[in-house]
Write a protein that binds this ligand. Structure first.
Ligand SMILES: [Zn+2]
Length: 281
């Protein structure tokens, strides 16, 4: 290893700068949304079986809630524009804008060239958790999704109930697309209820037992017409391992709620990003 420069300490001592100060993002009128939610009525529900996934549709202006039922369970969530599956949730940009974990008032952003809010988090019963002594927190946008390729790379396995495969099968079943086509549309997830972080000494991605208990939920407001796909991760509460059938797994409940007429006055579904897409040519 080369010797450090004589001013190494000074260079390390430079204070960090936030990459994307987010105070100019379009504001969220949480009061309006929470008010509309009070009189909203349930229109649909889907129970996602353990180690499997299910799709659900949420019209713009409706709410959807993901609830832990029966036992502690982590969920891997994909979102698409219902009318154009090329517009999908962009985990990396959501992380850049809001940080490694998301909670109430923060948004799930879509991929280029759309880059607009797809959903806004309106309730999170785990917001009390904060950031623990290991740097861990809940609902991350740092993990990708458990998948059979990494399992094969690391241990030579052929396991078919990783979130990646579960999301692929559910999308194929819901849309009629062939498995290889559906697979290419599956993307990095929001890890609902998962407790994760990076180790301070080696910078490695870690997970630990989720604090989620039956009755805990994360609730969203759909900013555009959405197709959702939720996998109940084979890791269960992700306290030990995933990519196998060893962990105890539980279902997850998805419920959709329609707002009462006139309760969202002033709200408008966001337009796609305003960049002109000429890229200097
Ligand atoms: Zn998983």
């Amino acid at each position: 290893m080369p010797n450090p420069p004589s001013d190494a300490a000074a260079r390390r001592g430079i204070a960090p700068v936030i990459c994307y100060p987010n105070d100019t993002l379009p504001s969220v009128d949480l009061d309006l949304l929470l008010d509309a939610r009070k009189s909203a009525r349930k229109t649909a529900e889907v129970l996602v079986p353990p180690r499997d996934a299910r799709c659900f549709e949420v019209p713009a202006g409706h709410f959807f809630r993901i609830t832990s039922v029966e036992g502690p369970q982590v969920g891997d969530l994909n979102l698409w524009n219902l009318h154009d599956l090329n517009e999908r949730f962009y985990s990396g940009k959501t992380r850049a804008l809001h940080g490694t974990h998301v909670t109430t008032g923060e948004r799930l952003w879509s991929s280029f060239p759309f880059l607009r809010p797809m959903a806004t988090i309106v309730a999170d019963t785990l917001d009390w958790y904060g950031i623990d002594q290991y740097g861990g927190s809940v609902h991350d946008v740092i993990g990708t999704r458990c998948d059979p390729y990494t399992g094969n790379l690391l241990s030579g396995t052929q396991y078919h109930h990783c979130c990646h495969s579960n999301l692929t099968r559910a999308l194929a079943d819901h849309t009629g697309l062939e498995i290889p086509v559906a697979e290419r549309l599956v993307h990095d997830v929001l890890n609902v209820f998962m407790c994760t972080g990076f180790t301070r000494d080696t910078g490695q991605y870690f997970m630990k037992a989720s604090p989620v208990r039956p009755g805990d939920y994360l609730e969203f407001f759909a900013e555009i017409d959405l197709l959702g796909d939720l996998s109940a991760c084979p890791g269960g509460d992700c306290s030990s391992e995933h990519s196998s059938d060893t962990a105890a797994c539980h279902p997850l409940l998805v419920e959709v709620f329609a707002p009462a007429e006139g309760t969202l006055s002033g709200w408008q579904s966001p337009a796609p990003n305003g960049y002109d897409r000429t890229h200097g040519r």
